[in-house]
Design a protein around this ligand. Sequence first.
Ligand SMILES: Cc1cc2nc3c(=O)[nH]c(=O)nc-3n(C[C@H](O)[C@H](O)[C@H](O)COP(=O)(O)OP(=O)(O)OC[C@H]3O[C@@H](n4cnc5c(N)ncnc54)[C@H](O)[C@@H]3O)c2cc1C
Length: 474
Amino acid sequence: MFDVIIAGCGPTGAMLAAELRLHDVRVLVLEKETEPVSFVRIVSLHIRSLELMAMRGLLDRILPHGRRRPAAGFFAAIAKPAPKGLDSAYAYLLGIPQPVIVRLLEEHAVQRGAQVRHGCAVVGVEQDDEGVTVELADGEQLRGRYLVGCDGGRSTVRKLVGVGFPGEPARSETLMGEMEVGVPPEEIAARVAEIRETQHRFWLRPFGGGVYSVLVPAAGVSDRAQPPTLEDFRQHLRAVAGTDFGVHSPRWMSRFGDATRLAERYRVGRVLLAGDAAHIHPPIGGQGLNLGVQDAFNLGWKLAAQVRGWAPETLLDTYQAERHPVAADVLDNTRAQTELLSTEPGPQALRRLFTELMDFDEVNRHLIEKIAGTGIRYEVGEGPDLLGRRLRDIDVRQGHLYGLLHRGRGLLLDRTERLTVSGWSDRVDHLADPTAALDVPCVLVRPDGHVVWIGDDQQDLDDHLGRWFGEPTH
Ligand SMILES: Cc1cc2nc3c(=O)[nH]c(=O)nc-3n(C[C@H](O)[C@H](O)[C@H](O)COP(=O)(O)OP(=O)(O)OC[C@H]3O[C@@H](n4cnc5c(N)ncnc54)[C@H](O)[C@@H]3O)c2cc1C
């Protein structure tokens, strides 16, 4: 009997496993594939995800594998400089190959004690009052107290528990790959610049060693189970650019659509959904992986609390209450961005208008923060603007705040030096520091870094400790 079984060892499943292990939860991750994926697309890690990695001491391990870029140019690919005043110690974007970040997160989960089994596809799920029975493709049955489906957009778990996935089917498709070209670089650069004046779903970018990263819209929607061929690339390049640039010797080729869907529910009894299993949308802005990792961060400590027996009754349900609206907002911004990429005259006019508006720092910052995940505010009650938001990494007497959050516990940051977390000290740390760079007396920070209480009154604090961290031990 495991405490939690996770279906799928993509970025969401691996991150969730590591978060659960912080609380000694017995975790088994079942991954269908035996080998890592063959395509090496570069994904963007945005500010909030970088902050989360810093909060768990992972960022230093990840940074050498990625390339830093300014936090700019990712809203509808509108080229604007990074806005001023991005309120983070990690205000940049990190481009990193997806297989590398998945490997690093899986290694991290295993080092923390998670079991990961590859070549194990979940095909059956039955739940009862005590737990969930998971059946594998070879007939083996496993038991867990909870199951989390982190098994991607075509999630078997979501289908098996009968959760609807309403939204829009794919209307268009884009081919993506890496290959060599037969035309001089200057000629490519000139033609690409010309086409990108109006066609923003297109690029040919040098990737090093004579290899180019190619992105080109396809006509219509295909059977996505089949990867595209080199001839498909040539044909669609000719249709868009009037030439196929002599592409040859592909390293990898894939395709993606713009289907946009959101799971009706994130929880059915003892089964939960996270990451692409719960939401899919076009990749514009580079948000899906970030959203999944952030789901895992929100869910991890809550599910651990449930397993360890100290969770207040409604804590686990706050996962859906908090994360469903965040995903709905991401779906909406990708719908809007997709419109702005259209080559039709109306959307092109809107794009020109957005381009002008983004000259206003506040507009630019609002759009970038939406995608970077730093603008999120959970509904945790009435109060100052900081309540419900993430606390940025601030300087404290012992160094910096995120350095104190590696263990995934709650934290009372107390400038008054007279409050206590006694009764909850097995779950919540107390840092008394009058020098902390805060403009409020005290904040209670959850293990996922969000502020759930601001004040200076012990009774009020105790009520909030009870609300988020359960009954005191004495
Ligand atoms: C072209 C493109 C570019 C993108 N760029 C970005 C970007 O820049 N930034 C960003 O944040 N996101 C980006 N994304 C989105 C990102 O790739 C996904 O959102 C992310 O991979 C979702 O992670 P996940 O772990 O939820 O699901 P997945 O990565 O799909 O992982 C699911 C895992 O579950 C396994 N699995 C499936 N079924 C089963 C089963 N029955 N039993 C056991 N295991 C199973 C799969 O093998 C897989 O390993 C991009 C997507 C595309 C298509």
